[in-house]
Design a protein around this ligand. Structure first.
Ligand code: ADP
Ligand code: ASP
Ligand code: MG
Length: 405
């Protein structure tokens, strides 16, 4: 049995016409001898609409009930796609996450997948069904419905491909591949024919919304080759694969920005061993994810520490820092919400020099102040004022990916 796993995002199933078009595309694969497993997102922007409804009731919805609510979006699209496939003369069956035992932890709104039972999918495929699975949702060990975080259908798809032992997973979306920057921001962006798992993971983690970052982690771990492509055309998209299989390597493959984090600074804490461990240990125990950390060089036995957290966690992080301030000898806890993290990513950085300097120079030429810097083997990120986010992406893209080409 030649199995292919396909995922269709919100825009791709945004209307009943689009759902019929998806059914025709799937039929094409069936006619070519494939067995197809399809993962779908909620129609269009319907998940946003559900979030908005919850907001009309309460500013702090229970996370369990939020998952109960948001999971309904995908349940609509799987049933409609099954009907469209029936109309196209195919046998098809739809399942929710819980029906295929997509078991997750109990971390509502951002659950992690523990296991998937592939038996039901295999049985349905053997009976010649197109198997349709609701993306984004799972079930915890107590049978509560969970969701995997916004954009999580990509992760459902890759996890299902991995559970079935399928090598190829197509991600159908509203762009025809992964570009060197978000085409909505940069006009002269270029489509990448291929990109390594490492670069794609870094880009997704740093804001490139085209793939959910955990889907790339899964793909790398289980050797699933991703093909990101458009559901509006038959053009080849971008292959996300291992570095060894790549033909071309660039110094920078992509530029991205994200603005969902905030910066916290604790000033004048005592400069001695154990201080950072106390602070970040406490944040970790409270399940607060810290991204960038910068400590200033101490003088007079004092130092400052700045770090970034998700905006949703800012209030709690400040409260915890306030509680610890006395213990750490700090004088004040400050925060800034209007920040953006702008990043350049590329495996070519491993063998090039001067990339960071050039990126800082480009920003300084436009008078963009860099508030924090962090680097990885294949990425450089700068915290800047959020009002410069788009400008920064444009000018860094121009410097590295438009000039000299
Ligand atoms: P879907 O609903 O299909 O999952 P998303 O909206 O989650 O679609 O992701 C597709 C969008 O990702 C594109 O419309 C594009 O604006 C955005 N995007 C951000 N960065 C990139 C990039 N580097 N390459 C391509 N698309 C990107
Ligand atoms: N429908 C969910 C969302 O909008 C999941 C997804 O589309 O991947 O975030
Ligand atoms: Mg998406």
């Amino acid at each position: 049995m030649k199995i292919i796993v396909q995922k269709y995002g919100g825009t791709s199933v945004g209307t009943t016409e689009r759902i019929k078009a998806v059914a025709q595309r799937i039929k094409g694969y069936i006619d070519n001898g494939y067995s197809v497993v399809v993962i779908v997102s909620a129609m269009g922007k319907s998940t946003d609409e559900l979030v908005r409804l919850a907001g009309e009731i309460t500013a702090q919805p229970s996370k369990r009930e939020m998952d109960m609510l948001l999971s309904t979006g995908e349940q609509i699209s799987i049933a409609l796609l099954a009907m469209a496939l029936h109309e196209a003369g195919l046998t098809a069956v739809s399942y929710t996450g819980s029906q295929i035992r997509m078991v997750t932890d109990g971390n509502f709104t951002n659950a992690k997948i523990h296991s998937i039972s592939s038996e039901k999918i295999h049985d349905a495929l053997r009976s010649n069904n197109v198997v349709i699975v609701a993306g984004f949702q799972g079930v915890d060990r107590d049978d509560n419905i969970t969701t995997l975080g916004r954009g999580g259908s990509d992760t459902s798809a890759v996890a299902i491909a991995a559970a079935l032992g399928v090598r190829d997973c197509e991600i159908y979306t509203d762009v025809d591949g992964v570009y060197t920057a978000d085409p909505r921001i940069v006009a002269r962006t270029r489509k990448l024919r291929e990109i390594s798992y490492e670069e794609m993971l870094e880009l997704a983690r740093l804001g490139a919304g085209v793939l959910h970052s955990r889907s790339v982690e899964f793909a790398k771990k289980y050797d699933v080759r991703l093909h990101v492509r458009s559901s509006f055309s038959s053009e080849e998209g971008t292959i996300v694969t291992s570095r060894e299989e790549m033909m071309e390597k660039f110094v920078i493959s992509g530029v991205t920005a994200k603005s969902d984090e905030a910066k916290v600074t604790i000033r004048d804490i005592v400069d001695r061993p154990g201080v950072a461990s106390k602070l970040f240990g406490c944040l970790g125990e409270n399940k607060i994810y810290v991204n960038m950390i910068v400590q200033s060089t101490g003088h007079d036995g004092k130092a400052s520490i700045s770090f970034t957290v998700k905006k949703d966690d800012l209030a709690r992080a400040k409260e915890l820092c306030g509680g610890l301030k006395g213990d750490l000898g700090g004088t004040s806890v400050e925060s800034k919400e209007d920040i953006a993290i702008v990043s350049a990513v590329g495996v070519g950085m491993l063998s090039s020099y001067g990339v960071a300097g050039r990126m800082f120079e480009v920003l300084s030429r436009e008078n963009v102040n860099i508030e924090m810097i962090s680097t990885s083997e294949i990425g450089i990120s700068c915290v800047i004022d959020s009002k410069y986010a788009e400008l920064a992406v444009k000018i860094i893209h121009k410097a590295f990916l438009e000039e000299n080409q």
